[in-house]
Design a protein around this ligand. Structure first.
Ligand code: APR
Length: 230
């Protein structure tokens, strides 16, 4: 086995205390997506959007990686195959657990982006609409988050990794949002073994050749132990 590609979603960070989106009482039950996760919503009320991400940035800043994040970091350091994590999550828990090859396809709470010149910098815990860009001075900054209707980041690199994957795993994601939800079809088509590790079956569970259900902090370390035993 030469390459393992792992897609993660909010479910892997749930046991670190960070909310998921579509579970009972999740973030999309508390906030309207069109108000806090679209460019139009940001244009309409930038303070409301900053309040939403400032709160999540604070929570993510005090969250700690859990046993699932730690297991994936161990897999990367101990397995002979190349291990690449493609995460939909905007928290930094994979990196905090020690994972090195992490691609954030939906952006990162820890970064601020200048909409005028595309400069990125370390976001303050509380961003404000009139924050100016340290590079060009424009008062046109935003959270470095990919909103609905925007292109996810690093897609050509991600497709390359998926094409080369011998093993594809999806962990803690509901399979409701594309293009991430199509990764399993793509890797399956290229002959990879595919496994879903989730609390409940995702919308694309039928495409996976293997499924493991349970809490990430339990099933992910077991899965990694199996892989490292060979
Ligand atoms: N262990 C494992 N899986 C869990 C756990 C847990 N402790 N808790 C929840 N889950 C699973 C749920 O069963 C669900 O399938 O995690 C998944 C979370 O799904 P979503 O809330 O839809 O999150 P995600 O799939 O990451 O959303 C994808 O949607 O709103 C956008 O940009 C946002 O990146 C996000 C994208």
């Amino acid at each position: 086995m030469k390459k393992i590609v792992i897609l993660t979603g909010a479910g892997i960070s749930a046991e670190s205390g960070l909310g998921t989106f579509r579970d009972e009482g999740g973030l999309w039950a508390q906030h309207r997506i069109e108000d806090v996760a679209t460019p139009e919503g940001f244009a309409r009320d930038p303070q409301l959007v900053h309040d939403f991400y400032n709160a999540r940035r604070g929570q993510a800043g005090s969250a700690r990686p859990n046993a699932a994040h730690a297991a994936l970091a161990r897999l990367e350091s101990e397995h002979p195959a190349e291990v690449v994590i493609v995460t939909q999550n905007v928290d930094g828990l994979h990196e905090a657990a020690g994972s090195k090859a992490v691609i954030h396809m939906h952006g990162r709470l820890s970064a601020a982006l200048c909409a005028a010149c595309e400069h990125r910098w370390e976001a303050p815990e509380a961003m404000r609409p009139d924050d100016s860009c340290p590079a060009c001075g424009a008062a046109d900054s935003r959270p470095d988050i990919v909103w609905f209707g925007e292109m996810p980041y690093h897609m050509s690199a991600i497709w390359d990794h998926l094409r080369e994957a011998d093993l594809f795993a999806a962990i803690g994601t509901s399979g409701e949002v594309y293009p991430a939800a199509a990764f399993v079809q793509d890797t399956d088509r290229h002959g990879a073994h595919t496994v879903e590790l989730n609390l409940a079956p995702s919308s694309v569970v039928s495409v996976f050749s293997e499924t493991r259900f349970g809490k990430a902090t339990e099933i992910v370390p077991q899965w990694v132990d199996n892989l490292l035993r060979g």
